[in-house]
Ligand binder design. Structure first.
Ligand code: SAH
Length: 358
């Protein structure tokens, strides 16, 4: 078996590793290897994106959810979660506020809430798209039928985020109730891609029971799916879930996985997530320095911020959107990067750094 640095070189050259190689690389990592990886990750990040960091304004519009994922604070069985739904006018106010602050992508995220029917969702998308025709609408609403995804796409949605959570079927069952499956989740992702959404997937780092082999499978699945975006963040325990007593994921491993993703798919949209910023005050900066190129601050009204509590101690729950944008601006400038006012669509790039037209 080759040494970790050779495996990183191989990944950079061929964009692929075998499962055993991924496992060995993840297992064999240390600080020196991580530095070697991050240097390459930053090389590709700069080649394709310069010092530009894309922003997406996150609107958490409902915390009702019919699912009962063991890790998630807004799971159906959490009777302590205070439930809320934003009215269409409130969603539009968030967009207006976000637009003025320079956001050109709105991410509508929520639990799987049947109150928002297909018709209501399509209507919201149409109104947002017609009010802000230079903006992208991203959805993050969980698993739906292919017909539903098609309808939302026709209504104008541009992108969809659906983390696969873990590619391993057995591990998936350890994290979710029996009626949810990794296969179904993956099928949704293939449908989204086929329909034409710019598609995002991802996983939690350090979720209970996760092994280097599982992470290897995650990397293989992502390589196969070739999504436009991959969101990863540490698992952070939530006190009102079955995983309250489990250990959380680490900054160190999350950064390493970000670096690997950047080197594997160098033109990927890769967020430095709020969860990473939650477990380390400089988490998002470190994420960017490991290869991330997107941040997703919150545009939800402050009155509901704390209620969309997927995990404990989530940051920025008291801040107005403007404060969040300014704070991130300062943070990024401090490390030599710049937030941009741009939809930040994905575009395939060649190894010379040029945009591909075909
Ligand atoms: N209902 C939507 C949105 C889910 S929330 C969906 O099913 O896609 C977005 C992401 O938050 C999830 O995909 C999950 O990876 C992450 N998340 C949930 N609980 C978490 C926790 N305790 N720690 C870290 N991330 C968590």
């Amino acid at each position: 078996m080759e040494k970790p640095k050779q495996l990183i070189d191989k990944l950079e050259e061929t964009s692929r590793l075998a499962k055993e190689e991924w496992t060995a690389l993840i297992q064999g990592r240390n600080q020196e290897i991580a530095e070697y990886l991050f240097e390459k990750a930053r090389y590709w990040q700069h080649k394709y994106f310069g010092n530009r960091i894309y922003t997406r304004g996150l609107i958490e519009f409902t915390n009702y959810c019919k699912n009962d994922c063991y890790y998630c604070g807004i799971r159906k069985s959490n009777k302590n979660a205070e439930r809320y739904r934003l009215a269409q006018e409130q969603i539009l106010e968030c967009c207006q506020n976000g637009y003025e602050l320079g956001f050109r992508t709105f991410v509508l995220q929520g639990g799987e809430d049947g109150w928002f029917t297909q018709e209501k969702l399509e209507n919201i998308i149409r109104v947002v798209k017609s009010s802000y025709n230079d903006c992208a609408v991203t959805l993050s609403l969980g698993e739906r039928s292919k017909e539903s995804y098609e309808g939302l796409f026709r209504a104008g949605a541009d992108r969809y985020l659906l983390r696969h959570e873990t590619a391993n079927e057995k591990h998936y069952r350890d994290l979710h109730p029996a009626k949810l499956s990794a296969d179904r989740r993956k099928e949704c992702l293939w449908n989204l891609k086929e329909i034409g959404y710019q598609t995002g997937t991802g996983f939690m780092v350090g979720s209970p029971g996760q092994t280097p082999e599982h992470l290897a499978e995650d990397m293989l699945f992502i390589r196969e799916l070739e999504p436009q975006m991959v969101g990863i963040g540490p698992f952070v325990p939530h006190h009102d879930t079955p995983f309250a007593q489990e250990a959380g994921g680490t900054v160190e491993l999350t950064l390493f996985m970000i670096g690997l993703l950047r080197v594997m798919l160098p033109d990927l949209l890769l967020p430095a997530t709020t969860a990473l910023g939650t477990i380390d005050p400089l988490g998002r900066e470190k994420g960017v320095q490991a290869g991330a190129n997107v941040v997703m601050p919150n545009l939800s009204p402050t009155s509901v911020r704390k209620k969309y509590e997927l995990y404990d101690n989530k940051i920025c729950t008291g801040d107005e959107a403007a404060e969040c944008r300014n704070c991130l601006n300062r943070r990024m400038e401090k490390i030599g990067y710049q937030l941009v006012v741009d939809r930040g669509d994905y575009s395939r790039r060649d190894k010379g750094g040029e945009l591909c037209t075909t």
